[in-house]
Design a protein around this ligand. Structure first.
Ligand SMILES: [Fe+2]
Ligand SMILES: [Fe+2]
Length: 203
């Protein structure tokens, strides 16, 4: 028991019957949900541990290695978080995994970083799709996009090389404070909460 189960609840059985007071009660408990987000992300990353799928390193090592390479190349915190989370959807959505990281990160990152995460799959394809009978140049469909070079660079410098078993990556624990700070303090679920409150309770 966490105590959360004991908190008061709204009594409606349908959204159509909900009241302003119901929503004020729900929003008053929203902080619990938001505060738990970093730990949920860390738990999801943990699911990548020991999942090799035939690759030289497991999916968690690939993730921390991508982040570590970006960090050691001088990238900022936002970029490092994107690098760390870019494949978080691998085990949930094998056919469109970049979308998962993209939707998680969208409220917290720049349009360039969001586009990079969302589209990294087709840019990674340049390095191997031809071995599987695909078009390695499929990324060229985006060559007019302003973020093409930014995404190409992410894959070339950090994502593509991050399969080296001998590379000394930072462990996931090293990135726990960054994830917590980034999601809760720096880019502010507080701000998001304020925004939602102002929309819901504007009189
Ligand atoms: Fe990926
Ligand atoms: Fe990757």
């Amino acid at each position: 028991m966490t105590g959360i189960e004991e908190l008061p609840r709204a009594t409606f059985t349908s959204f159509a019957e909900s009241t302003k007071e119901d929503w004020e009660l729900i929003m008053s408990q929203r902080g619990e949900l938001e505060a738990a987000l970093p730990n949920r992300i860390l738990e999801q990353l943990e699911l990548l541990r020991n999942d090799y799928g035939g690759f030289p390193v497991d999916r968690l090592e690939h993730s921390v290695q991508t982040a570590t390479r970006a960090e050691r190349d001088g990238r900022d915190d936002e970029y490092i978080v994107c690098a760390l989370l870019h494949d978080i959807g691998d085990v949930l959505t094998p056919y469109n995994h970049p979308d998962v990281a993209a939707v998680i990160l969208k409220p917290f990152v720049s349009p360039a970083n969001h586009w990079m995460v969302k589209n990294h799959g087709v840019f990674q394809g340049y390095y191997f799709w031809h071995h599987l009978g695909g078009d390695r140049n499929a990324r060229d469909a985006f060559n007019e996009n302003e973020h093409y070079g930014y995404c190409e660079e992410f894959c070339a410098k950090y994502d593509s090389p991050a399969f080296d078993p001998s590379y000394k990556s930072n462990p996931l624990e090293y990135y726990e404070p960054l994830i917590k700070d980034f999601l809760v303090e720096i880019h502010g679920l507080v701000m998001l909460n304020f925004f939602l409150n102002s929309l819901l309770f504007e009189s």
